[in-house]
Design a protein around this ligand. Structure first.
Ligand SMILES: [Zn+2]
Length: 72
């Protein structure tokens, strides 16, 4: 089953596009940029978008899901 997601009003500092929040019951909530895949823990990125990390070690399922969003 696909995880819950929501487009955020926070922009990626690298691409300027909106980040996506991805929530999975087995994992933390993540904030992810669908373009460059920079990511971070949602709560931390909401407080400070500079906490977004390039090549963040996202769970494989989250990575796949977000890369599929980018292609739609
Ligand atoms: Zn980006």
């Amino acid at each position: 089953m696909d995880p819950f997601y929501r487009v955020l009003t926070i922009n990626c500092p690298n691409c300027g596009i909106h980040l996506v929040r991805v929530a999975q019951t087995a994992h933390l909530d993540f904030a992810v940029c669908p373009s460059c895949m920079a990511a971070g823990v949602y709560e931390e990125v909401v407080g400070d978008p500079a906490r977004l990390t390039a090549r963040y070690a996202l769970p494989e399922a989250v990575k796949e899901f977000v890369s599929r969003l980018d292609r739609q």
